[in-house]
Design a protein around this ligand. Structure first.
Ligand SMILES: NC(=O)c1ccc[n+]([C@@H]2O[C@H](COP(=O)([O-])OP(=O)(O)OC[C@H]3O[C@@H](n4cnc5c(N)ncnc54)[C@H](OP(=O)(O)O)[C@@H]3O)[C@@H](O)[C@H]2O)c1
Length: 434
């Protein structure tokens, strides 16, 4: 029988901090950290590698070498117990000769769920769990959401003027917050698997949605546009940069942009989890498997090579949207695909289905950056887990686009977790109470 000792929390806190380093980079696997501690000295430490492999435990054990014998391993998530693309980390810990394993969070993945801990205990290793569990769960929140809710963890980011506006009609991007807040948004982008906007914002602002912090440029997330009628211009920054950082346009079937209920083209698919399955797209055929290669920075490249246009026609010649002229839709989609944009056929108004589809692709965290209607529909669908609210000092006044929520008037069920001052702006972070 093991027991928590005072140093356990100190080393676990260090492991949790380390685990955050590769958030958004580990593809379908969670970013986990492992410290090997012998006589109070860290002899091995590692975080899940970009792309998701190797896992933290095997790297930290390799670093520790013989010093692992009799040591304590601190792991932020229960070591895996199943044979996937890598052998079980529980086996690696057993053969290394560690005497004790301290874990923060038990893995909800049904193929692990306590089995990793049992394997260790059966091998005579002392095991302690639940150490700094709240902090551990916060660092793993995206992975845990995908595992338990089968959808990504959703953060809604809003920059609101002092009079509660997101922008001004017809004016494109309006500066609401200052450089410190904008830097924080870029940090959030770097830690996120995917970022999403509505076509209204894409047309009004022509944003790039990349992470442009010096040194973190390669950590830009996959960019997603809800674009029922495939209106994203090929000349937009998003389309022009699609070969550098993936862009997915989520479109309704041809002629069905205004017909509610188009199911996604490739559901359901697979249960992705740590150590078992690499990148697999439910939308790709087996010939496209090589398109799953991780980008050099560890973010996954989503191949634009799938042809969702083939075999996906709705066969509704009468159409649902008078503006969508048959042929033109196809031509617009083809023009975007030529630039490397993936056109994903899935009614963008069915957010639950879309998020489920994204989860099957291993997207665990999603940053929704507006605009107003998109933010409202995520809130209305109950699909927001966290809100990052930046309130700037200036008013927008006449012609303003109202934000669906402002400081002090948040949707029911959200609790204020943190406030900060970023230059002249106020930042508030809200989380949904579970
Ligand atoms: N301050 C900020 O934080 C911030 C951030 C982003 C944007 N903005 C501002 O917001 C303005 C744009 O906002 P917006 O409301 O016009 O546009 P939006 O929310 O970006 O996009 C709305 C468009 O997306 C389509 N769409 C597809 N699926 C949707 C879904 N599930 N929910 C909602 N819309 C969906 C809508 O199609 P249908 O027509 O078929 O419904 C509509 O055409 C711009 O002025 C921009 O500058 C501000």
């Amino acid at each position: 029988m093991s027991a928590v000792v005072p140093d356990d929390e100190r080393f676990m806190a260090a492991a949790i901090r380390l685990s955050r380093r590769n958030l958004g980079l580990t593809a379908t696997n969670p970013s986990v950290a492992c410290l090997i501690v012998r006589d109070g000295v860290v002899v091995g430490s590692a975080v899940t590698a970009p792309g998701g492999r190797p896992h933290a435990e095997t790297q930290a054990l390799a670093m520790a070498g013989e010093a692992a014998r009799g040591a304590t391993a601190y792991v932020t998530l229960e070591p895996c117990s199943h044979h996937g693309k890598t052998p079980p980390c529980a086996d690696a810990l057993i053969s290394s000769g560690v005497a004790r394993v301290v874990v923060s969070v038990t893995d909800p993945d049904e193929r692990v769920a306590g089995r990793g801990l049992s394997m260790l205990r059966d091998a005579g290793i002392a095991v302690e769990t639940g150490v700094l569990e709240t902090e551990g769960r916060a660092a793993l929140t995206a992975y845990l959401t995908r595992q338990t809710k089968k959808r990504p963890h959703v953060t809604l980011k809003l920059a609101v003027s002092s009079d509660g506006m997101l922008g001004r009609l017809g004016e494109g991007q309006v500066a609401i917050t200052g450089p410190v807040s904008r830097g924080q948004v870029h940090v959030a982008r770097a830690e996120t698997d995917a970022i999403l906007i509505g076509i209204g914002t894409a047309l009004a602002d022509d944003p790039e949605l990349t992470c442009r912090l010096p040194g973190l440029e390669s950590r830009s997330p996959v960019r997603i546009v809800l674009d029922p009628r495939v209106e994203l211009p090929p000349a937009s920054k998003l389309a022009r940069t699609a070969r550098d950082v993936p862009v997915i346009v989520v479109a309704a079937r041809e002629g069905e942009a205004d017909v509610p209920g188009t199911p996604p083209s490739g559901l359901p698919a697979i249960s992705l989890s740590r150590g078992e399955i690499g990148w697999e797209s439910s939308f790709s055929s087996s010939e496209n498997e090589e398109s799953a290669a991780p980008r050099s920075d560890g973010k996954e490249t989503i191949s634009p090579s799938i042809s969702p246009l083939e075999g996906e026609m709705a066969g509704r010649p009468e159409g649902g949207n008078p503006a969508a002229v048959p042929g033109e839709w196809r031509a617009r989609a083809a023009a975007l695909e030529t630039l490397g944009v993936e056109v994903l056929i899935c009614d963008p108004h069915r957010l639950g289905d879309l998020l489920a589809a994204l989860a099957t692709r291993g997207i665990s965290s999603l940053l929704v950056e507006g605009g107003a209607r998109t933010a409202r529909s995520f809130l209305d669908a109950g699909l927001v887990d966290r809100i990052m609210l930046f309130t700037g000092p200036k008013a927008i006044g006449k012609g303003g686009i109202a934000s669906p929520c402002v400081s002090g008037r948040m949707p029911q069920g959200f609790a204020l977790r943190r406030t900060a001052r970023y230059g002249a702006d106020i930042f508030e972070e809200y989380e949904r109470d579970e």
